[in-house]
Design a binder for this molecule. Structure first.
Ligand SMILES: Cc1cc2nc3c(=O)[nH]c(=O)nc-3n(C[C@H](O)[C@H](O)[C@H](O)COP(=O)(O)OP(=O)(O)OC[C@H]3O[C@@H](n4cnc5c(N)ncnc54)[C@H](O)[C@@H]3O)c2cc1C
Length: 502
């Protein structure tokens, strides 16, 4: 029987009687369209061979962890579990290609984490879903500093850019992929691709029965696992597995997107960037005042509307409400956030006096840091003739310009796409897992990590950090449980071997 490189190791069960033989069922397969007769991986051991195993160095004792999903969280967790418990059998089942999102992430450069948020409290504030729960042990156990140390200890040189984003110095995501996959292979993690885990249940002993399909070969396998880690990202299939094992799912909705604005004149400004604006999202039916719905930072005009860090952050904090209102909302932008409105009026009035003989279209205060195209857009929206001289500009027009710059409103009509990064809000509720271990509170030995959980961050490396932290904690917990299980099994075998010498 070919298990494609997956080496089975018998699990040491308790020894109920001497000289009894043990058949350990670990993985069996059923071809599609057959009568689904199961073929056991018939590995029989006499009690004496088990006793011999008990004297091997303590490791994972041959227990099996199946990781559903070979993304950032799954592979990192698999490596960690195998590091903690080298004798634990670790199988990663990936339906497509391993680390495919790592590959395309950050425009092909992979923004691994954020180097400006080493404090776990501050870091947690970057997660619209999770900011309360993640303030505890989660990032303290494995935060951005630990992630950076892990990659540099494993040979990947990293750099922190001015805005805090961390990239490999190669500016190539394959540095991160190669590192993870080499480490997984070196430690003996079995990585199987092109296979989908399509259903999950557990038997009376608490072991997981996972149905694994390789559709290209019309093959169905079943794995009997001691531990299951669901690290399936935002996939609906992963949510289904969680539901089959007793969990609920918070409906998934997109996060990190740009805003469509139906304004043809604004579209003409496509490419214009504003280094610093203060933007406030007014959500429909939103009674509470959420401070995160006001963001300060760069904004960019696109062909279809608005983008840039400020907009992406607002899209994340408003993701659920915007989804419910079909992405209809109002955005109020302050284009001069560092200038008080009265000071702005005074600045414009001084400019009016100083440049009285110039056409208003050609002259504006440099302190505004704006470009002519935007100035013209502003005059058009306010109905001010650009050909009039500053001398002829009325005080009410000065006030209107100041009001526009301090509180310009845009009607959001839809959701645009941000090609560099997008994530899903929703998934398994955090109330159903223990963040200290990433273990399910509903089903023992079931773990979750990464985007399958109701955690998502804003742009800047925060989403991968969730995957690394969750993967590390889950891998550590599973590894420790496997070590303990083996210790107990060894003790019991030794006890029995005294009673029933082989
Ligand atoms: C274009 C893009 C760019 C991004 N760039 C960045 C960035 O630079 N920095 C950052 O922090 N974040 C970035 N993100 C977000 C980041 O990629 C995700 O948050 C992260 O990949 C989540 O990791 P994960 O392991 O939880 O899920 P994933 O990476 O999605 O991995 C889950 C894996 O599980 C597999 N799978 C699902 N269901 C099954 C099943 N039933 N059986 C078998 N396999 C299954 C999937 O095929 C997938 O490979 C980006 C996202 C996108 C889309």
């Amino acid at each position: 029987m070919n298990f494609s490189g997956w080496h089975l190791r018998p699990r040491c069960f308790l020894l109920p009687t001497a000289k009894q033989s043990y058949a350990h069922l670990a993985v069996f397969f059923t071809p599609h369209n057959s009568n689904r007769r199961t073929t056991q991986a018939a590995t029989s051991y006499s009690s004496s061979s088990l006793i011999t195993m008990a004297h091997k160095p303590v490791g994972g004792g041959g227990e099996l962890l199946v990781v559903v999903g070979g993304g950032a969280a799954g592979v990192y967790a698999a490596v960690r579990a195998k590091t903690v418990a080298p004798e634990l059998n670790v199988l990663v089942v990936e339906k497509a290609k391993l680390l495919s999102k790592v590959k395309i992430s950050g425009g092909g450069r992979c923004n691994v984490t954020n180097g400006h948020c080493l404090d776990s409290q501050i870091l947690a504030e970057h997660y619209p879903r999770g900011y309360k729960e993640l303030r505890g042990s989660f990032f303290k156990t494995h935060g951005p500093g630990d992630t950076m140390a892990w990659f540099s200890d494993h040979g990947v040189e990293l750099k922190i850019e001015d805005d805090g984003r961390v990239f490999p110095t190669s500016d190539d995501s394959s540095s991160i992929m190669d590192c993870l996959l080499n480490e997984a292979r070196r430690r003996g993690v079995s990585l199987q691709t092109g296979k989908v885990v399509t259903s999950a249940s557990y038997d009376p002993t608490g072991k997981f029965i996972l149905k694994i399909e390789k559709r290209s070969l019309n093959l169905i396998e079943h794995a009997k696992a001691d531990y299951t880690l669901i690290a399936s990202g935002s996939s609906r299939q992963g949510h289904k597995l969680a539901e089959q094992l007793g969990h609920s799912i918070i409906d998934p909705v997109p996060s990190l997107f740009t805003f469509k604005v139906a304004d043809s004149q604004l579209a003409e400004l496509s490419g214009v960037t504003f280094p610093k604006v203060k933007a406030k999202l007014h959500l429909q039916d939103m009674k509470r005042n959420i401070p995160q719905l006001t963001q300060v930072g760069p904004m960019l005009v696109t062909h279809w509307g608005l983008s840039g860090p400020v907009i992406l952050r607002l899209s994340a904090w408003g993701a659920r409400n915007l989804f419910e209102t079909e992405y209809k909302s109002d955005l109020h932008v302050d284009f001069a956030p560092d200038i008080h409105k009265e000071d702005l009026k005074a600045l414009l009035s001084r400019h009016k006096e100083q440049f009285a003989k110039q056409k208003i279209i050609n002259s504006y205060p440099p302190e505004l840091g704006t470009v002519k195209r935007f100035w013209r857009y502003m005059l058009d929206r306010e109905g001010i003739d650009g050909d009039i001289l500053w001398a002829s500009v009325s005080n009410s027009a000065v006030n209107a310009i100041a009001s526009f710059l301090k509180n310009c409103s845009f009607g959001i009509t839809g959701k645009g796409q941000f090609k560099d990064e997008f994530v899903t809000a929703g998934g398994v509720p955090l109330s159903e897992i223990s963040l200290n271990t990433m273990e399910s509170k509903i089903q023992p030995r079931l773990f979750f990590a990464g985007e399958v959980l109701n955690i998502d961050g804003v742009t800047g490396g925060f989403n991968f950090q969730n995957a690394w932290s969750g993967g590390y904690i889950a891998g550590t917990s599973i590894g420790n449980q496997a070590l303990n299980a083996n210790l107990h099994t060894s003790e019991e075998i030794m006890y029995n071997s005294e009673e029933f010498p082989g």
